[in-house]
Design a protein around this ligand. Sequence first.
Ligand code: DUT
Ligand code: MG
Length: 149
Amino acid sequence: MKTIDVKILDPRMQDQLPAYATEGSAGLDLRACLDAPLTIKPGETHLIPTGLAIYIGDPSYAAMILPRSGLGHKHGIVLGNLVGLIDSDYQGQLMVSTWNRGDTEFILTPMDRLAQLIIVPVMRVGFNVVADFDNSERGTGGFGSTGKH
Ligand SMILES: O=c1ccn([C@H]2C[C@H](O)[C@@H](COP(=O)(O)OP(=O)(O)OP(=O)(O)O)O2)c(=O)[nH]1
Ligand SMILES: [Mg+2]
């Protein structure tokens, strides 16, 4: 398994580094490194520290922070930026923009698993400016152009 460098910024993360929950898991759960419970009122967004910094180092990879399905679906706790993109050269603390899009307040408890991190391959490209593209089957059709069902 590939490894990436991690810094433990909050000593409470020492013995609970993110780990894959099952053999097939894609996501590594990130925890809310809070000192005290935090009440997030409907509509509020808070930036929550995770106690960790990673340095991917290789520009052909990035990390993404995604919501946890249960928190999002049952409690309306999703990400204020919808998806967090972690650049391969970022060395700061991983932060989770935490948005309560629901209509009831939510109490976030210190060290709760709040969101998940996935590592993804990235293709970096340059642009080749052209006047016309080669024909494709779709052409410029979009937004339902292939039909409804
Ligand atoms: O949910 C997130 C999203 C981003 N980041 C960090 C890592 C990322 O590499 C950096 C910058 O993120 P992004 O490029 O999405 O934000 P920006 O608003 O464009 O800031 P910048 O001007 O620093 O690129 O912030 C997080 O910790 N959590
Ligand atoms: Mg940016």
